[in-house]
Design a protein. Structure first.
Lengths: 393, 282
């Protein structure tokens, strides 16, 4: 019951009165409310004291932290579950606290959602988390005290650091010169006006994209037309091949020539879903390249086997999805890369989607390129072709 | 089938293009007929959406509520009037204005007389027709879009004033504006003619293009001079796009203007496609 509120009390009513202290006398219970700034008052409630217990300000209780493993060098949305968090911006405390910060996203009496940032370089360690409540409805607690409750009993989270690992970089890029793409584009469509419109001018191409965006399958009459449309679009929106020597990961990322970028290890963690260069002459115009759609569960985590990983996963943006759905008659599959470190800090990076191509670097040195599947086999999938964190071994 | 490059192969292909049209029922056919026969799907020969054998699957998907826009278009293209009740149901359920407009367009094309669908189409297309939406691009001295220059200053200002982000997905922005105009234009309904004539005055060439194609779909020969004027006002590359609509008119005035604004080889290809049965929105 909040200050100023009222409720009917019966023999079985449990009432929690917040923001007050209480004392009782025979036959009656006297509640004395203390308000910030010295305002006060009394109220007499005619109930039998045997049936009435008064609990004062409750100490918070933390019952759950999800996720409970945080990766150093990353930002994680964390949900804290429990009781008596109250409604006045509860306070989180961490011990040890070095390198760990937070911003409240939402909170109520039983749940706090906060963005927890763990600085790069924070070591592997258990972190005791406690919550202090700061009152209800804009009111703090008993004057003269801090206005806050005692801190909850601590519950542990864990910081995992890829600090002593190599820095692994995986660049997912579309190889427009893949043999199947080159052969399909070279063979051409069955329907001549398909090629005429796509290649005639940037405006005839855009108009055709808007047809497909609008669910009109113009000039797509045969399987050959479908194959040509897919191959042509990918060829025209392909990415330059990343170097097969050495890279500076940050420079590669800022150049933007990728569909998915995953960088993890040596105290760093960064991922990004790339944009799709417009096939209608947009390869040289970044503003004309729609941003891709990032899978919400992308980011760092701990696998079922206890290894730390970073998942980077995405798909083409909204308009591209509509265009692809018109061409292929199905939703759009995802692309992904997982970088994982075991307890000995040894990396694995071979868990990638079947498309596009993925080039891997260890401390900036080229390791391997996993070639992309054929376009034909990729577009047989739909948006259930996806990697969930629970599938990471 | 070998890949065709000549008019003979185009003619052969047009049979595939027109396969859906064999399903066209006689005018006034009552919907609700459950015993309509469709051929077996031929995935080896036809794309899914062009295969008349897949129309029952498209109807079933729309009925289930788990469908894509391409299924709606397959129903409309096949004149599958028995699907009108399920389209009406999905029109009521749809929360996406573009999907709703697409369904409304399909219902109008299927001959549904309830004005609800026509009126909805007009409502959602009006911002594109009368909204003075600028063109996405600036144009260079040769009349080509200056892609490297970013969006046109007019479009950038429009986007800002309408709280629209061009940075994230300019195609999405354009599609959401042009799409409803396209759905209106595709109906070929005479009621659309005055609206499409107004759309020919839009500063956005993608909207003008849809309007011109819609007037061609309606075979409104009185609009030919207006389409030619639109070509005359437009930069060269945009004029070439708008002029494609003129291919679908038999009038000499239309054909000569098409020859003036469309590159010769492209015009030849479009004419051959029309001769083989292609229509403005097919």
């Amino acid at each position: 019951m909040e200050r100023g509120a009222s409720t009917a009390i019966t023999a079985t009513t449990t009432v929690t009165i917040k923001g007050v202290t209480a004392s009782s006398t025979a036959g009656n219970i006297t509640l004395t409310a203390y308000f910030p700034g010295g305002e006060g008052g009394e109220e007499v409630i005619a109930v039998n004291p045997q049936n009435f217990s008064v609990t004062g300000n409750q100490t918070p209780i933390v019952t759950g932290i999800d996720p409970s493993v945080w990766i150093s060098g990353s930002t994680t949305s964390v949900t804290f579950s429990g009781q008596y968090f109250d409604t006045n911006s509860p306070t989180l405390a961490f011990s040890p606290s070095a390198g760990i910060g937070y911003t409240l996203s939402s909170y109520n009496d039983s749940q706090i959602v906060a963005t927890v940032n763990v600085a790069t370089g924070t070591p592997n360690e258990d972190v005791a988390v406690s919550v202090t409540n700061n009152g209800y409805g804009g009111s703090a607690f008993y004057p003269g005290a801090s206005g806050a409750s005692p801190a909850s009993a601590p519950v542990n989270a864990r910081v995992q650091s890829p600090l002593n690992t190599p820095e692994i970089t995986v660049i997912g890029w579309i190889n427009g010169q893949a043999p199947d793409i080159v052969a399909t584009v070279s063979a051409g469509p069955t329907t001549p006006t398909l090629r005429t419109n796509l290649t005639g001018s940037s405006l005839t191409c855009l108009a055709h994209m808007l047809d497909w965006y609008s669910r009109i399958s113009s000039n797509l009459l045969t399987p050959t037309d479908i194959a040509y449309a897919n191959a042509w679009l990918l060829q025209q929106s392909a990415n330059p091949a990343p170097p097969t020597t050495t890279i500076t990961p940050a420079a590669q990322q800022s150049a933007g020539h990728f569909r998915v970028f995953n960088d993890f290890g040596s105290g760093r963690g960064f991922y990004q879903v790339g944009s799709t260069p417009s096939p209608c002459g947009g390869a040289t115009a970044s503003w004309y390249s729609p941003v891709g759609n990032t899978y919400p569960d992308s980011g760092p985590g701990v696998s079922g086997s206890g290894e730390i990983y970073q998942l980077a996963e995405g798909q083409v943006g909204s308009a591209g999805q509509k265009i692809s759905q018109t061409i292929n008659g199905r939703t759009v599959p995802w692309v992904w890369s997982v970088i994982e470190f075991n307890s000995s800090n040894a990396p694995t990076f071979s868990q990638v989607g079947m498309f596009p191509s993925y080039s891997v670097y260890n401390n900036g040195n080229f390791v391997v390129t996993y070639p992309q599947s054929t376009v034909a086999s990729f577009v047989l999938n739909n948006n259930t072709y996806q990697l969930a964190p629970s599938q990471i071994p | 089938m070998p890949i065709g490059r000549n008019s003979k192969s185009i003619a052969v292909l047009s049979k595939a293009a027109c396969l859906l049209m064999w399903l066209v029922p006689l005018a006034g056919t009552a919907y609700g007929q459950e015993d309509r026969a469709y051929p077996k799907p031929r995935p080896d020969k036809y794309a899914y959406a062009a295969d008349p054998g897949n129309v029952p699957d498209a109807i079933a998907k729309v009925k289930s509520g788990d469908f894509l826009g391409v299924h709606v278009e397959m129903i409309a293209a096949a004149r599958a009037v028995e699907a009108i009740p399920v389209l009406k149901d999905q029109f009521l359920r749809s929360q996406d204005s573009l999907d709703k407009a697409h369904i409304a367009s399909a219902l109008v094309r299927l001959g549904e007389k309830d004005d609800t669908y026509w009126e909805y189409l007009v409502t959602v297309a009006t911002p594109g027709i009368d909204g003075e939406v600028p063109d996405l691009f600036s144009y260079d001295a040769q009349g080509k879009p200056a892609l490297g220059a970013g969006p046109s200053p007019e479009m950038a200002a429009w986007a800002k004033s309408h709280n629209v982000s061009l940075e994230r997905d300019p195609i999405e922005v354009m599609g959401s504006i042009v799409g409803p105009v396209k759905y209106l234009a595709m109906t070929g309904d005479p009621r659309a003619i005055p609206l499409l004539r107004r759309a020919l005055l839009s500063p956005n060439y993608m909207i003008e293009n849809q309007a011109a194609l819609g007037l061609a779909e309606a075979q409104d020969v009185d609009s030919i001079p207006l389409i030619v004027m639109a070509c005359k006002r437009a930069p060269a590359e945009a004029a070439g796009l708008i002029a494609v609509s003129l291919i679908y008119f038999d009038a000499a005035e239309a054909q000569s203007a098409a020859a003036r604004y469309i590159a010769k080889d492209m015009a030849k290809m479009y004419r051959e496609a029309r001769a083989a049965g292609k229509t403005p929105f097919q």
